[in-house]
Every structure is written in structure tokens, then in C-alpha cells.
Write a protein that binds this ligand. Structure first.
Ligand SMILES: CC(C)(COP(=O)(O)OP(=O)(O)OC[C@H]1O[C@@H](n2cnc3c(N)ncnc32)[C@H](O)[C@@H]1OP(=O)(O)O)[C@@H](O)C(=O)NCCC(=O)NCCS
Length: 223
């Protein structure tokens, strides 16, 4: 993706329209952020890093710096709406990332790696100790998100996730790597998978409503 520019997206009218177009191209309606949600997130102090090709926003991820720690299961958000609508807070402990997406025509061209790197660098600049993601896991039930590539339901992965959720016993990373989204986060962030949250985003039927919370420990170090 040599012709792309990675940049911070300002909360201006033009950017909000670009983000709406990106949401429309990248997500089915039930999973899209609405205009009011996008505006509210900016109002709460959230930021967006995006990839721009020939003047068009083709990929992005939203994030917020928060005093919350992902390791505290009791205070961790139980649903995607809460997770992606926390007000920015200090002292910064974590950077919560959400809505990573690429328009179908630009997938497989390196935008994801560049965006995650940029968000990690923002997290380090704020001396966050954790970079946190809510990973979809479409191998659970199978499906397709605005893509020619369908993710097939994977019975082994599904059983492992169900057991993890029911027993708290962590499956091997080998089993988790059967899911393409978890594999993507692992590849780019070398993250740990902390726990699955059932009913996190019920509209994400491919993931059976589950999200797997993943974390990269930054130890508050600026790189
Ligand atoms: C998931 C997504 C961001 C990947 O973008 P991309 O540009 O294809 O990613 P990259 O080329 O850097 O990495 C390829 C990896 O992405 C994952 N991936 C590719 N196609 C995918 C699909 N249809 N569904 C889920 N994951 C997919 C796989 O891990 C793949 O690696 P593999 O070829 O070894 O299986 C993109 O498919 C997308 O925007 N999907 C819709 C939104 C979404 O599901 N976002 C994840 C939020 S948690």
C-alpha cells in the first residue's frame, strides 16, 4: 500500500462524512456506527487513525485513552456499545481500540498493520500500559462481512470458545489461531487473548455475539 497516508482524522464535518462512507462500505448495516455515535465518540475525547489513498479514507480504527485496566474483569465493559463509548479519562492506563475496518477494494494491501502501528504509537506516547482490542471471532458461527472471502464455521474453535467461556480455562493459542480475526491481531500485535465476552455484540451473528478481548502490554514505555 505504497500510495497510502496514515493520519489522524479530525472531528470536522468532512471527516465525519468520510467516516460514514467508510462504515457503509466496510460493515453491514447492523454493525455500522451511526452519525450520532461517531459524533458522540469525538465529543467523549475519542480519536481515529485512518489510511487515505488518493484523497479517500479507505481504512480506520477508533480509540480512546482510559484509566481502566483490561485485567479488572469486574469493571471491564460487558458490551461493545459501552466499550466503544467510554469517556477519555486519566491517568491513562489503557488505550481501547475498536471498529478496525478496511474498504473491500483495499483489503490485503497493508493498511491494517500501519493503522495498528500508529495507534500503538499514540498509546505509547500517552504512556498507556495496555493496548486493548475487542476482536470479532467469525469462525464461531461463520459469515461474511462485505467480503468475497467467507469465514467458515469452525466446530473445533467454537467448542474451545464455549469451553473457555463456561470454565474460564484458556484454550491454546494454537486453537485460537483458527479464527482469522484473532490471527490478524496476534500477527500484528503479538497480543495475549484475555477472555471472551458473551453477548458483547449480539448483532455480530458470525461471532455468535462474542468478542475476545486482546491485550498488548506496553508497560507505559515510549518506544
Ligand atoms: C478484518 C480486516 C480488517 C482485514 O483487513 P485486510 O486488509 O484483509 O488485512 P491484512 O491483509 O492485513 O491481513 C490479512 C488477514 O486478515 C484476516 N482476514 C482476511 N480476510 C478476512 C475476512 N473476510 N474476515 C475476517 N478476517 C479476515 C486474516 O487473518 C488474514 O490473514 P490470513 O490470510 O493468514 O488468513 C478486513 O477484512 C475488514 O475490514 N473486515 C470487516 C471488518 C472487521 O471484521 N474488522 C475486524 C474488527 S475486530
Amino acid at each position: 500500500m505504497n500510495d497510502s497516508v496514515i493520519r489522524s482524522i479530525d472531528p470536522c464535518e468532512t471527516s465525519i462524512n468520510e467516516l460514514l462512507r467508510l462504515e457503509e462500505a466496510s460493515w453491514p448495516q447492523r454493525l455500522r456506527a451511526s452519525e450520532s455515535t461517531i459524533r458522540e465518540r469525538f465529543r467523549l475525547g475519542h480519536e481515529v487513525v485512518g489510511a487515505v489513498v488518493n484523497g479517500s479514507l479507505v481504512a480506520a480504527a477508533g480509540f480512546v485513552h482510559t484509566s481502566q485496566a483490561p485485567t479488572d474483569r469486574l469493571t471491564f465493559p460487558t458490551d461493545h456499545r459501552t466499550y466503544s463509548s467510554l469517556p477519555a479519562s486519566t491517568p491513562v492506563c489503557s488505550t481501547f481500540v475498536y471498529n478496525l475496518c478496511v474498504v473491500p477494494g483495499q483489503r490485503g494491501r497493508g493498511a491494517v498493520r500501519q493503522i495498528l502501528r500508529a495507534v500503538e504509537s499514540e498509546a505509547r506516547a500517552r504512556r498507556a500500559r495496555f493496548l486493548v482490542g475487542d476482536a470479532r471471532c467469525p469462525a464461531y458461527a461463520g459469515g461474511r462481512i462485505q467480503s468475497r472471502r467467507r469465514v467458515e464455521r469452525d466446530a473445533v474453535f467454537r467448542e474451545a470458545l464455549d469451553n473457555w467461556h463456561a470454565s474460564g480455562v484458556h484454550p491454546t493459542d494454537h486453537v485460537l489461531m483458527r479464527d482469522p480475526v484473532l490471527r490478524l491481531y496476534y500477527r500484528y500485535l503479538q497480543c495475549e487473548f484475555l477472555f471472551p465476552v458473551s453477548g458483547f455484540l449480539p448483532e455480530d451473528t458470525a461471532s455468535g455475539g462474542f468478542s475476545v478481548i486482546c491485550v498488548k502490554r506496553l508497560n507505559g514505555q515510549v518506544r
